[in-house]
Ligand binder design. Structure first.
Ligand code: NA7
Length: 898
């Protein structure tokens, strides 16, 4: 249906009604508002939708600029709530144009007869919560009021255009257009000198088409974006076949995927692939023309690790250089200031090739900023450009703009949302705000929204909200409000999630950086669509955790608390383990448990490359012991760290903590020698301890032969290995050497008492269980020996021990004995640093490249080792430092959370 017909089919009955009491008022008639209206109406709620535009469409109503298209494939960027609707509509292209998407939304509005409850041309001027009446009172630009029990903002994330922020726009005598508010009539550029300011998605879509018409096009670019060819055409046969093969399953997979588009999680890591293999994967992705594919399917570390990301970014820059003939223009178009994906990448048709046209000029505003706009054109610091038309493709006050800046929203106690959000948006689940009863946001800040397929995220929010309203009605509740505790917990979880991906390393509209003076912080939820959905479901299954519900004839309900206390990646790991429904490890017997561990370890990402890994044996206490030596790639001799693996004195070997040893070897620049000490039950107490001591002595004596720095060594270990490291320090002090300059104890076993709180608090559910620890103790050590400091070092003399870093994890049975050891060391005058890893479990810090949020802990460990060895702190200024929180720009969401 053409646009005109869409407009004509609008119901006139929707205009100019009087004050209206309704159950629910919704702002916005885009993707979200239409679906809401349909569901609310079906559920029997009297609903009105208020829409500023003259028709449905939301963002697709306003963004009519040339080249405007979706950049999620249309088969994915569609409603999935009604299979009949899916069958009734067929997209003509892989990426539908704006007119086609608008026709689709008009078709949906007609199909469900939605227009009769939409008041078009209506802007809300104020929304105020009336506590006595338990209603929102809305005033509109027509002077009418609406009174509603529930107020839902379906205002979209990118609907409040940003002012141009350039002096003199009003003086310009030519034509001015904003991509986000494009006129309905055709704009003709033929024969005109045109300027486009802005090279985000909108600019990149519009520029090639404007260039085809204009006499001359000058593009003013502040920051280059990464753009990939859309390779538009018919929808790809493989994706269509997947969808049509089993539509319900395809949609369900989308709902539980990370992005809202069903692609599997990539497991290969970049350092496992050769250059040629990486290039092959990249070329395949480039040819596909699919943002989600290239953002997620090349290698597992591309979106979470700066090095893995840099490999991909360089391949894209290579493509830019190969396309754009003028090297200076190609260089200016090549992004270097942000990781690929951290700023919204774009899909284009002919964008880079457009710069080969003789009628197109690129102005690099990093070299010559715009100083003003005059009557005749644009002045930069170096030049003057006379133009007939200026197109502002300068973006939006994203995520919060349309909710906060458009009209005042006043909640309980007269507090306005703009006051509450002055330092950045605070929400619970991105759906609600404490103090604002019965107010919901669809895809608000704090939800996956713009980092996902919006169609999927919108449906999830709409369903969640409407299902809650139905449940409240059934239970007799009339108000719902998020608690402060839940909201603060969500802010913490958001901040934790933000450390998972690279989004926080770029100045973008995701972080509020595009609007001068706006609070900074990653606004969308970066933990993924599926994990987010499971959290929202958990809130419900935990009696509406974090919400207060009340009603006139029913007792108030408030199950207060935080919905996620684990680090996001720890939660994923533990959920995955829970889904495996494994029998307790101890039920396998020692051999079975060892086999399981070997199998489990084989499935983890390969450790990262180091200079060299050497296998060897050393004479132990009672026969040879195997070891693995990890040498840094830097010139030696390096300080040596003697390392003891974890495994409860029963499991593992010199190779079983391989990724962890490699990681610390790389970060600290030290040799790690991982010792294969003997295990129980074959070799019981004190074998492991004596092996550890003997190995350390031998390594210290043979440091030079091993390529290490002669003199003091350091010891390190994890879990039972940390127990051996701690014991080794005591034995070395008491037996006249070797000299040990520092001990790194990661989640150490330090005592035979099982009474500490962490043993009970974390007895089950965090992989290392209390019962598994009992089993390890029983296999290794008779009750009579357990108070011996060679297995319970907390009971030994602690004076005169080497300085230490003791790392503990919040959700670990061993947490409190680690803390007790650190406290006791400090009390004995030993310099000790404590690392208490919030939200982590026993294996977090050693699960390299799986528990990404463990990185900052390992950075701290490497720094401690360098200090122990008397080396200067590493002073790199890379993204890694930012990830570790050392040079991070202020993240108000994060700091508010802390
Ligand atoms: P974006 O992605 O925010 O792009 C806006 C562009 O305009 C971007 O290149 C900005 O440069 C540039 N800009 C903004 N203000 C100025 C000023 N004052 N001077 C010069 N250049 C400026 O908005 P879009 O509309 O393209 O896309 C929005 C989203 O819609 C998109 O991501 C998709 O999700 C759909 P900067 O990068 O800030 O240096």
């Amino acid at each position: 249906m053409p646009d005109a017909m869409v407009a004509a089919s609008r119901s006139e009955a929707t205009r100019g009604s009087t004050t209206q009491p309704v159950d629910v008022a919704v702002v916005g008639a885009g993707f979200a508002g239409l679906h809401l209206l349909h569901r609310l109406r079906k559920a029997g709620f009297a609903t009105v939708v208020l829409e500023e535009a003259d028709d449905v469409g939301g963002t697709w109503y306003w963004n009519r600029y040339p080249g405007a298209r979706c950049d999620i494939q249309s088969i994915d960027y569609s409603y999935s709530f009604d299979p009949e609707l899916e069958r009734a509509w067929k997209w003509s292209e892989k990426y539908a144009t704006q007119p086609e998407i608008l026709r689709y939304l008009g078709f949906v509005a007609d199909r469900y007869d939605l227009r009769r409850d939409i008041r078009f041309g209506t802007r809300i001027t104020a929304a105020t919560w009336d506590q006595d009446a338990e209603h929102w009172r809305l005033t509109t630009n027509h002077g009418e009021t609406v009174s509603c029990r529930t107020y839902i903002m379906a205002t979209g994330c990118l609907s409040a255009p940003k002012p141009p922020e350039i002096d003199g726009v009003k003086d310009f005598k030519g034509e001015v257009y904003f991509t986000g508010r494009w006129p309905h009539q055709e704009v003709k550029f033929t024969g005109k000198r045109v300027a486009v300011i802005g090279t985000g998605s909108s600019g990149i879509q519009a520029i090639p088409l404007i260039a085809e018409q204009a006499a001359h096009l000058t593009v003013f670019q502040r920051t280059p974006s990464f753009a990939l060819p859309a390779q538009n055409g018919v929808a790809p046969a493989d994706r269509v076949a997947l969808l049509e093969g089993d539509r319900a399953s395809y949609r369900e997979q989308a709902r539980w995927s990370l992005t809202g588009v069903p692609y599997p999680q990539q497991t290969a890591v970049s350092w496992q692939l050769s250059d040629a293999e990486r290039r092959e994967r990249f070329d395949e992705a480039w040819a596909k023309g699919d943002l989600v594919y290239i953002l997620t399917q090349l290698w597992a570390d591309q979106g979470v690790d700066v090095d893995g990301n840099a490999l991909l970014a360089e391949l894209i820059r290579e493509k830019i250089r190969a396309t754009v003939k003028d090297p200076e223009t190609a260089a200016a178009l090549s992004p270097h200031d942000h990781p690929f994906g951290a700023k919204r990448p774009c899909l284009d048709s002919n964008y880079y090739a457009t710069y080969n046209r003789s009628n197109v000029t690129l102005v690099n505003l990093r070299q010559e900023p715009i100083t003003s706009i005059t009557a005749s054109g644009i002045n930069t610091e170096k030049r003057r450009f006379d133009v007939d038309v200026i197109v502002f493709a300068t973006g939006f006050d994203a995520m919060t703009g349309a909710i906060m800046a458009v009209h005042p929203i006043t909640g309980r106690g007269g507090r306005s949302l703009s006051e509450v959000w002055a330092d950045g948006p605070q929400t619970y689940l991105g759906l609600t705000v404490a103090g604002f009863l019965n107010l919901f946001m669809i895809t608000g800040p704090g939800s996956p929204s713009v980092l996902s397929n919006m169609a999927v995220s919108i449906e999830q929010h709409v369903d969640w909200v409407v299902d809650r309203l139905i449940a409240m009605r059934e239970a007799g509740f009339t108000t719902i409000e998020a608690t402060e505790t839940a909201q603060a917990g969500w802010a913490r979880h958001m901040a934790d999630c933000a450390t998972l991906t690279l989004h926080r390393l770029a100045n973008t509209w995701y972080t509020g950086a595009n609007v001068p003076g706006k609070a900074r912080g990653v606004m969308p939820y970066t933990g993924g669509v599926g994990p987010y959905r499971s959290i929202c479901n958990e809130v419900v299954s935990h009696d509406m955790l974090g919400f207060k519900l009340s009603g006139p004839n029913v007792a108030e309900q408030c199950n207060d608390g935080e919905i996620v206390r684990l680090q996001p990646d720890v939660r994923l790991v533990l959920n995955m383990l829970a889904d495996m429904k494994l029998p307790p490890l101890e039920s396998f017997g020692a051999k079975g448990a060892r086999d399981f561990l070997a199998e489990f370890n084989a499935a983890r990402p390969a450790g990262r490359p180091v200079g060299e890994v050497v296998e060897g044996t050393l004479p132990g206490n009672d026969g040879p012991l195997p070891y693995l030596l990890y040498r840094p790639a830097t010139p030696g001799p390096h300080p040596i760290v003697v390392y003891f693996h974890g495994g409860g004195w029963v499991l593992g070997d010199q190779q079983s903590d391989d990724p962890f040893c490699r990681d610390l070897c790389r970060r600290s620049g030290m040799i790690f020698v991982s010792v294969g000490y003997r295990h129980a039950p074959e070799h019981r107490f004190p074998t492991a301890a004596e092996d550890g001591y003997a190995a350390t002595r031998w390594i210290a004596e043979h440091a030079a032969e091993l390529g290490g720095r002669p003199g003091a060594v350091m010891v390190a270990g994890w879990s039972a290995g940390a127990n051996i490291a701690a014991v080794t320090c005591q034995l070395a002090r008491d037996r006249g050497g070797p000299q040990i300059s520092g001990q790194l104890l990661v989640c150490p076993v330090t005592d035979c008492s099982f009474d500490r709180a962490s043993y009970n608090d974390n007895a089950t559910g965090y992989f290392l269980t209390r019962s598994l620890m009992y089993w390890f103790w029983d296999l290794y050590c008779s009750p009579a020996d357990r108070t011996d400091p060679r297995v319970s070092p907390l009971r030994g003399k602690l004076e005169g021990l080497p300085q230490a870093l003791v790392a503990t994890c919040e959700f670990d049975p061993l947490r409190d004995e680690g803390v007790a050891y650190a406290d006791a060391l400090a009390a004995a005058g030993v310099p000790v640093e404590q690392l208490n890893a919030r939200g982590h479990f026993h294996s977090s810090l050693t699960m390299v490249d799986v528990v990404i949020t463990g990185v900052s802990g390992r950075v701290q460990m490497a720094e401690a080792l360098r200090r122990f060895a008397g080396l200067a702190a590493e002073n790199s200024q890379g993204y890694e430092d930012v990830r570790a929180g050392r040079t991070a720009s202020p993240h108000q969401i994060a700091s508010a959370a802390e």
